[in-house]
Design a protein around this ligand. Structure first.
Ligand code: CO
Length: 452
């Protein structure tokens, strides 16, 4: 096999997020960065997703400083981020102005490749991000958030992929956040995609159900151009196929990878020790969990749910909440369980179990069912819809069309906030304003730090 396959190393972002609840500190990344840089990865996913939030809320790290430090420590390798389209790295829609500013600053501080998805697979929610990434001369990767449901067929994905190619994306990603993409489906899907689009295809799958190695290999058989892996000591479980395993399998197929294995072994040893340090943040799942094929609950979501229930002293409700997640998802036209929809559905499922079903609706679930996040893949449940309509009207236009420009307002608010906190004014730096916009609560520590 002569075709070249790219490997994206995800240990710093998704491996960290799936296995260590995104708690990996910058100080544990920097010592291994130059080794990671030497491997020859097509890219390293190091930013975006839950990283931004975790930096501010839990790690007391400036997420922008983290990005700059990572970029500087790995000058040879393209840095990749996961961007939730119009939701950026937050949980709601932001105006086009804020999206543009955020992407411009992300590119400026070190992001080379933007993997852009929308939880509802509503192309209107990724279009603006793609345009801005292209305007900043960076790689725009459009994404299919893969799910299985009665309303999602192979034609759904082909249609979406064609729309992504038409947006002038540089590549396409199939994002299987729950690890439910079976090897044969992967083969069929990628073969059909190859017949229909000509941009490179990346596969991102999780090991949760135990199918990821096979799914990746069948994807390779079908002509996939790039796969995502995580260093072996930070792989499998809720995470991803191990980098070394996939390299071994690809080498056996005769794929030339230009990868330095000696570097990889060193990295694996390093993360073995690092992982021990963060053991308190690991979920309890061992081995493989087939529940995912039935309920499609992604790894990150399940470990968060476990932690939440533990805090409430209600661990025994886990199974019940997991089945309720399926029910709520069905009532929302089979929305893929990915951020922010996964959090919204998870919280509502929890509330449905702790209280009466749909007795209390969160603001977010009302917005989701009424179109404020975009078009639902299928039909909403009439009872849920009726309850939601008591709060506000339904919309069918692109959600961000309703949002006003407000960067300047936030800048003024941040200035006032600094005044109130009696710290130096940090509002003149756009990155700080973006942090303030994205994490309005819990950013107190970080602004104190930035002001000192
Ligand atoms: Co993932």
């Amino acid at each position: 096999m002569n075709k070249k396959i790219g490997i994206t190393e995800v240990v710093l972002r998704d491996g960290n997020q799936s296995l260590l609840s995104t708690r990996l500190k910058l100080e544990d990344i920097i010592p291994i960065a130059s080794s990671l840089d030497d491997v020859g990865y097509s890219s390293i996913e190091s930013w975006g997703g839950a990283i931004f939030d975790s930096c501010v809320r839990y790690l007391n790290e400036d997420p922008w400083e983290r990005l700059r430090a990572i970029k500087a420590a790995m000058p040879k390798t393209k840095q990749q981020m996961l961007l939730r389209g119009q939701n950026l790295v937050g949980y709601k829609h932001y105006s086009d102005e804020i999206v543009a500013k955020f992407i411009e600053k992300s590119a400026h501080n070190g992001v080379d490749i933007f993997r852009i998805f929308d939880a509802l697979n509503d192309i209107r929610n990724i279009k603006h991000s793609v345009e801005i990434v292209k305007k900043n001369n960076r790689h725009a990767q459009g994404t299919i958030a893969y799910t299985i449901s009665p309303v999602h067929t192979i034609d759904t994905w082909i249609d979406l992929a064609k729309q992504i190619e038409d947006l002038d994306c540089d590549s396409l990603c199939i994002k299987d956040m729950s690890g439910i993409l079976s090897p044969e489906y992967a083969f069929n899907l990628i073969s059909k995609l190859k017949d229909n689009i000509s941009i490179p295809i990346h596969l991102h799958t999780h090991a949760t159900t135990g199918m990821s190695n096979l799914a990746n290999m069948r994807a390779v058989d079908a002509g996939v151009d790039n796969i995502d892996t995580s260093i072996s000591s930070m792989s499998m479980g809720y995470g991803h196929s191990a980098t070394e395993t996939m390299i071994y399998l690809l080498n056996e197929k005769g794929v030339d990878l230009d990868i330095n294995l000696a570097d990889i072994l060193k990295i694996s040893e390093y993360f073995k020790k690092v992982r021990e340090k963060y053991s308190e943040f690991e979920g309890s799942m061992k081995g493989v969990d087939l529940q995912m094929l039935i309920n499609q609950v992604p790894g990150g979501m399940l470990s968060n749910l476990e932690t939440q229930l533990k805090q409430l002293g209600k661990e025994e409700l886990l199974e019940e909440v997991v089945s309720e997640i399926y029910e709520v998802r069905k009532d929302l036209g089979f929305v893929p369980l990915v951020t922010p929809a996964s959090q919204i559905i998870g919280a509502q499922a929890l509330s449905n179990i702790l209280n009466k079903k749909y007795d209390t609706l969160s603001v977010e679930i009302i917005d989701l069912v009424l179109g404020y996040y975009g078009k639902l893949p299928g039909e909403a449940d009439p009872i849920l819809l009726e309850k939601a309509l008591k709060n506000k009207k339904r919309i069918t236009d692109r959600p961000a069309d309703f949002l006003k420009e407000e960067f300047k307002t936030f800048q003024i608010n941040l200035k006032e906030y600094c005044n109130k906190m009696k710290i130096n004014d940090v509002s003149q730096i756009d990155e700080n304003v973006l942090t303030f916009i994205l994490i309005p609560y819990g950013s107190e520590q970080i602004f104190k730090k930035l002001a000192s």
